[in-house]
Design a protein around this ligand. Structure first.
Ligand code: G3H
Ligand code: 13P
Ligand code: ZN
Length: 316
């Protein structure tokens, strides 16, 4: 059942985080739904611009609608990930999405507010909610001087003004993570000091953590042993998700880890069966492995076994 992202945030705030998983194809979709049902978790499906144009946006919508029928117990929201203004309007008009993210974080503070407000007005008129980003993820290197590094992080003193003036419903914060498989070097990690300051400015307001894949060492080793070459890949410690949730992080975005599962399964399969060329045996393994991955992530997020509560909250 597709539900409002806002309702999922109400259920989770301050207790656990909802997993927001990016999908691009039917194998990911099947694994995603199975993993969430197996772990009894509500979830958010994220669709990026790239995912919408991978085959055709209607194809992905069709696959999700089919999964909704196959798994009637599932409770999930459909969210546009990292949208520009035009894509946000397209998703709002489609009637399929629960929420959109407008990513104008590369613009000035004033321009970010202005663009976000336009999208918020359009989305609210249709009953959708909006996520925006303040600060910028990525590129924070250990050798960069503190002030320079902090300049990319969300400035807590701007958070309240940004939310009030834009009317946005949730805020993606830059607290040290970046997208992809190479997030940290040395002793870098999540900036709980910054997160805690943001929560003080915005008590009760849902915060979002992007770039939250944990890039497990074991996964990277298996990929490299099967012909891959991922050197120095490092991610977020998922044992810290619950601490982040207590500080107001209500949505945690994970894409790269799922891509690593795909890469490991396919590399190992074709290494072990060099004579193979049927896509289904390996596709089946991927769906099973992806479902297991989702279920174990939901335990770390605290969203596992919350489905009954969420059904109650929704009055179902
Ligand atoms: O944050 C970006 C997500 O990982 C989606 O990636 O734009 O390559 O689909 P993508
Ligand atoms: P990862 O690259 O860490 O999986 O982050 C995904 C993300 O933030 C999607 O918006
Ligand atoms: Zn992101």
């Amino acid at each position: 059942m597709i539900v409002s992202t806002k309702k999922l945030f109400e259920a989770a705030y301050g207790k656990y985080a909802i997993g927001a998983y990016n999908i691009n194809n039917l194998e990911q979709t099947m694994g995603l739904f199975r993993g969430n049902i197996d772990s009894q978790a509500p979830f958010i499906i994220q669709i990026s611009k790239g995912a919408r144009s991978y085959s055709d946006k209607r194809m992905l919508e069709g696959i999700i609608r089919a999964a909704d029928e196959i798994f009637p117990e599932a409770v999930f929201a459909v969210h546009l990930d990292h949208g520009d203004e035009k894509t946000c309007y397209d998703c709002i008009a489609s009637g399929f999405y629960s929420s959109v993210m407008i990513d104008a974080s590369h613009e000035s503070f004033e321009e970010n507010i202005a663009i976000t407000k336009r999208v918020v007005d359009a989305a609210h008129a249709k009953g959708l909610v909006v996520e925006a980003e303040l600060g910028q993820l990525g590129g924070v290197e250990e050798h960069v001087a503190v002030d320079e590094a902090n300049a990319k992080l969300t400035d807590p003193s701007q958070a309240q003004e940004f939310v009030e003036r834009s009317g946005v419903d949730s805020l993606a914060c830059a607290i040290g993570t970046s997208h992809g498989a190479f997030k940290f070097s040395g002793t870098q990690g999540l900036r709980f000091d910054v997160l805690s300051e943001i929560q003080k400015q915005l008590p009760g307001f849902p915060l979002v953590m992007h770039g939250s894949s944990s890039v497990p060492e074991e996964e990277v080793t298996r990929i490299n042993n099967a012909g891959g070459n991922l050197q120095g890949a490092k991610g977020v410690d998922d044992n810290q998700f619950k601490r982040a949730a207590l500080l107001g992080v209500t949505k945690i975005n994970i894409d790269t880890d799922g891509r690593l599962v795909w890469t490991r399964v396919h590399r190992e399969y074709f290494r072990d069966f060099p004579e193979g060329f049927d896509l289904r045996p390996v596709g089946k393994i991927f769906m099973e492995e992806y479902a297991k991955f989702i279920a174990s992530k939901n335990v770390k997020l605290g969203s596992a076994n919350q489905l009954t509560e969420v059904h109650k909250l929704l009055g179902k």
